[in-house]
Ligand binder design. Structure first.
Ligand code: COA
Ligand code: AMP
Length: 632
């Protein structure tokens, strides 16, 4: 099947297309219908099916005689260790933890927050929830306690599974104090916390805490519990325009069908091959392509605990690919930019045997041409940009290698995948002509696996995604289609920025800054960053009469964002300004500010320790009439 015939087959009969894809899944009760449109514009898929995700990701491979195949390779330069887990071993571990959850009274439909670094136990915990139909919500380790508390209150978990610490290249991050602080802040309290003690830093245990191993001692391993097709497999919080994160709900059956389909069609990665998504289980890429898709498809998933550079050097990724015979590699452009900066001549890839590598996939942010060209030249495999979102859970647009590679156009994530009728719309909701910029929207219904709603927030779901362009899902991205039907994703239409492949809300940062007692008004914009793509920059107007040293206020504000949102926000720069540019109706002209900022010579790299560049920012802002004092 070619891309053209697959897309045409889907267009001709979407339900038949997805029912055919569904035959690759083991059902307890197979679906008789694909789409349920009875609540349009809200849609469900495979509603009358009964299925279990963990069975499909683990047990069925053991039952098919592949128990000795590697399911997980954990390569952790930060702990100087490697762990290999077969499918049979994974089944034992997952059934045991699922048994422990059942023994604690956690059951189908209960929520479980997982707050863990990149250790195999994070995937074991996700699958243990799936095994008993508990709904997990993984929270990225770089978020602060307050962000964790918001998620605890929103999804009201019965249990939290956490590790004692995470390990960054130069420091050990104690997770348990953050967890304790979050629970103290939250109104809702979980019944129990299951804690994985890591040897690098043991956590102090409290009355609610149970040790990971002790919780499993003597429990009966759990069998897979079937759930209905539209049962939520997980909730994953992502940034929206305001500070309150959106709880994206992932439906069980559609998730299984669609992810399994992508492994052949998009990635061309056969069962048994090694798939490496260099991301984190806390992000959607980690959910879909570290945990679920490779395992559902019977591949080996590689979990990497470390950074692309500095652990030990910028050759780390190529060493891992060679050593573990990686077939398909997936990361964010920011990781390649970090490597390219250390190895501009591209000498390091050639020092490793990359003969097993078939393709390098990029997503999470716009892939800049320089980075793609560097990778094409020095890695020697197809470099495939593809575009997706937490909301969809897999690629909306890609170059589907399994359907026959299409010509690569640098700067474009290629073409819409079957399931996605992508349109570029003008303000009035009319399709634009080729080459004309507009809002990117997807004609409803979205395909299986995409979010059917937001957790506990159906109104917000409708308002955020379905209202602006009736009949469409609004992606929040802007771009255009060229005459060949190739898509170009250019920018966000909302206040979301993308820092090192991490999606962040400038609105959330502004809410934190506005709470500083001396800040009267503020705006945060994303400015260009050589490695991270974008970096947040704050503009602060101080209260009249706030006789403060500007540098001190900025330092306090930087600390406040780190404390309230977390290090992941990477908020390190702000400057004091006299006023913010506004429209006549009082709206802050963020886009104008970002444009001015991007046009300036002080693009990056700049950190709070970079006084020369920060002085330049102040001078530039002074010349455009914005700055009052010192920028830091
Ligand atoms: N737990 C605790 N803290 C974490 C963390 C975690 N899991 N992950 C990141 N942090 C901290 C970092 O230590 C850093 O703290 P600092 O300000 O004290 O230095 C801060 O959060 C910012 O981290 P990061 O954005 O990762 O910056 P970095 O300079 O450490 O690394 C890259 C930059 C580009 C190398 C890194 O972001 C990377 O490898 N990205 C890969 C892309 C990716 O995973 N994308 C996800 C979607 S595909
Ligand atoms: P997230 O939900 O964290 O995966 O972020 C999704 C957002 O990242 C999208 O809405 C885009 O703004 C951006 N994004 C993801 N992939 C790409 C890509 N290939 N090209 C351009 N932007 C991308």
């Amino acid at each position: 099947m070619t891309y053209a015939s697959a897309y045409a087959a889907w267009r001709a009969d979407p339900e038949a297309f997805w029912l055919a894809a569904a035959t690759a899944i083991d059902w307890v009760k197979a679906p008789t219908r694909a789409l349920n449109a009875s609540r349009a514009p809200l849609y469900d898929w495979f509603t009358d099916a009964q299925v279990n995700t963990c069975w499909n990701a683990v047990d069925r491979h053991v039952a098919a005689g592949h128990g000795s195949r590697l399911a997980i390779i954990h390569d952790s330069p930060v702990t100087q260790s490697q762990t290999r887990i077969t499918y049979a071993d994974l089944q034992t571990r997952v059934a045991s933890l699922a048994g422990a959850l059942l023994a604690q009274g956690i059951t189908t439909g209960d929520r479980v927050i997982i707050y863990m670094p990149m250790v195999p136990e994070a995937v074991v915990a996700m699958l243990a929830c799936a095994r008993i139909g508990a709904i997990h919500s993984v929270v990225f380790g770089g978020f602060a306690a307050a962000e964790l508390a918001v998620r605890i209150d929103d999804c009201t978990p019965r249990a939290i599974i956490a590790a004692s610490c995470g390990i960054e290249p130069t420091k050990v991050i104690p997770y348990k104090p953050l967890l304790d602080a979050a629970i103290a802040m939250a109104t809702h309290k979980p019944d129990i916390c299951i804690i994985l003690q890591r040897p690098q830093l043991a956590a102090e245990m409290g009355p609610r805490d149970i040790d990971w191993h002790a919780a499993q001692a003597g429990v009966t391993p759990a069998a897979c519990i079937p759930v209905p097709g539209n049962h939520p497999a997980y909730i994953l919080y992502t940034s929206g325009t305001t500070g309150a994160p959106k709880g994206v709900v992932r439906p069980t059956a559609g998730h299984l069908v669609a992810l399994n389909w992508t492994m052949d069609a998009v990635y061309d990665c056969p069962p048994g091959a090694v798939f490496w998504a260099a991301s984190d289980v806390g992000w959607v890429v980690g959910h879909s392509y570290i945990c679920y898709a490779p395992l559902i498809h019977g591949c080996t998933t590689l979990m990497y605990e470390g950074k692309p550079v500095g652990t030990p050097d910028a050759g780390a990724f190529w060493r891992v690919m060679a050593e573990h015979k990686v077939h398909t590699f997936f990361t964010a452009p920011t990781a390649l930019r970090a490597i390219k900066r250390e190895d501009p001549g591209g000498t390091l890839p050639g020092q490793h045997d990359l003969s097993h590598l078939q393709a390098l996939f990029l997503a999470g942010e716009r892939a800049d041409p320089d980075t793609i060209e560097w990778a094409q030249k020095h890695v020697g495999v197809p470099v495939i940009d593809h575009w997706w979102q937490t909301e969809t859970g897999y690629a909306i647009a890609a170059n589907p290698l399994g359907l026959g590679a299409l010509p690569v156009k640098i700067g474009s994530p290629t073409v819409p995948m079957p399931g996605f009728d992508v349109q570029v719309l003008d303000e009035g909701g009319h399709p634009t002509s080729p080459g004309t910029l507009g809002a990117i929207a997807i004609k409803l219904p979205l395909p299986p696996g995409c979010l059917p709603t937001l957790w506990n927030a159906e109104d917000r779901f409708v308002k955020s995604y379905l209202t602006h362009f009736p009949g469409y899902y609004e992606t929040g991205d802007a771009g255009y289609v060229d005459a060949d039907g190739y898509l170009y994703i250019m920018a966000r239409t909302d206040d979301v920025i993308n820092v090192a492949g991490h999606r962040l809300s400038t609105g959330a940062m502004e809410e934190v800054l506005a709470a500083h007692p001396d800040v009267a008004e503020c705006a945060v914009i994303g400015v260009a960053d050589e490695v991270k793509g974008q970096s947040p920059l704050g503009f602060l107007c101080l209260n009249k009469g706030a006789a403060r040293n500007p540098a001190e206020v900025v330092t306090e504000c930087v600390a406040l964002v780190r404390e309230k949102i977390g290090p992941v926000a990477d908020f390190k720069r702000a400057c004091i300004v006299e006023r913010l540019p506004k429209t006549r109706s009082g709206k802050i002209l963020r886009a104008t500010m970002a444009k001015i900022a991007d046009d300036q010579p002080w693009k990056m790299p700049a950190t709070i320790d970079d006084p020369a560049i920060l002085d330049e920012i102040a001078a530039t802002l002074q010349t455009i009439g914005l700055a009052k004092g010192h920028a830091t």
